[in-house]
Design a binder for this molecule. Structure first.
Ligand SMILES: [Mn+2]
Length: 326
């Protein structure tokens, strides 16, 4: 661990500018970690560009610095450092930028088990969130964890641990959270901004999708479909579907929850969640996707009905074979 940190520290000494980025469709960990990471290296005098292929979802825009995130960088800029966060592969940041062309050194900070070690410096752990890694790095570098950084890291940690509920939550997660509280985080304020701030469209699309929910006879797998028509009807956007699949996972007996979403480009996005035993990153990988053991995703081509049939059949196979149990 410290080896990667020492290398980063060394690079920071000579670097003048950096680009900080994370995966497309950024979640709380991606946004919070980006902003915190950027704020940390700004303390060392670097000029930081914050780049993401998609702007942060509305519920994360209150985070300090969120307005600095851009969907493009000035053409021709050469960055001394690129810090890529929460991305299992460089392709996860999208095709809008070619970091191998515009950055001298790529630093990869991630916690996905399928990370491809794409960086010149790689720091990939089993931490609950990339925010924990950013926190450790900040402490190693001797950065001051001010309230701004603490707010971003705390928001990232709660989103990736499901408010400290998921199995990835451990002693260290709470210790770091404790330090962030000492730095001034108001837990109620951040939770309210993130969880009690749903758009009406989000509630309406969830209600609609719930009406077409299906469940296997043994109640181990449940799924629902969001069609383009439903999105038109409710005015919901992609970010309004965050967390929707969790409603299915919360059902008694359900081991795997699946959300199918029709995309504008004709593909179908699939989100997988598992409760206790099944490794859904394996399943997602079978369809060209990936992710975490209990939260993963893939994008498939084909008619929605057909995609649903294929995916559900595969999930049932895994449930029966039970060989990918974790
Ligand atoms: Mn993450």
């Amino acid at each position: 661990m410290k080896q990667a940190f020492a290398k980063i520290k060394e690079r920071l000494k000579s670097a003048k500018n950096a680009i900080v980025t994370a995966h497309v469709d950024p979640d709380g960990d991606a946004v919070g970690s980006m902003l915190a990471m950027g704020a940390v290296i700004e303390q060392f005098g670097l000029k930081v560009s914050y780049y993401c292929a998609d702007l942060p979802p509305r519920i994360y825009r209150f985070l300090p610095g969120a307005d600095k995130i851009r969907r493009e960088v000035p053409a021709g800029t050469l960055f001394d450092l690129a810090i890529v966060l929460d991305s299992s592969d460089l392709s996860r940041i999208g095709e809008g930028i070619d970091l191998r062309q515009c950055a001298r050194v790529i630093i990869n900070l991630d916690h996905h088990p399928d990370n491809t070690q794409f960086g010149d410096i790689n720091y990939v752990t089993k931490a609950s969130s990339v925010a924990e890694e950013v926190y450790d790095l900040a402490v190693y570098l001797g950065a001051k964890i001010d309230k701004r950084i603490a707010d971003c890291l705390y928001a990232a940690i709660i989103t990736d641990t499901g408010n400290f509920r998921y199995e990835n939550t451990n002693v260290k997660t709470f210790l770091i959270a404790g330090e962030l509280l000492k730095a001034g985080v108001n837990t109620h304020e951040i939770s309210t901004r993130i969880y009690d701030n749903r758009s009406l469209a989000a509630v309406r699309i969830c209600a609609l999708a719930m009406t077409n929910m299906q469940i296997t006879a043994d109640h181990k797998a449940a799924w629902m479909v969001v069609t383009k028509a439903m999105m038109d009807q409710t005015g919901a956007k992609g970010e309004d579907m965050i967390g929707m699949v969790d409603h299915l996972r919360s059902i008694e007996g359900v081991e795997v929850a699946i959300l199918f979403r029709e995309e504008k480009d004709g593909t179908v996005k699939v989100n997988f969640r598992s409760k206790d035993r099944l490794n859904v990153s394996e399943i997602a990988r079978r369809f060209g996707g990936g992710g975490h053991v209990k939260a993963s995703g893939a994008t498939l081509e084909g008619k929605t009905d057909e995609v649903v049939r294929r995916v559900v059949a595969e999930v049932e196979k895994y449930l029966q074979a039970a060989k990918y149990l974790v």
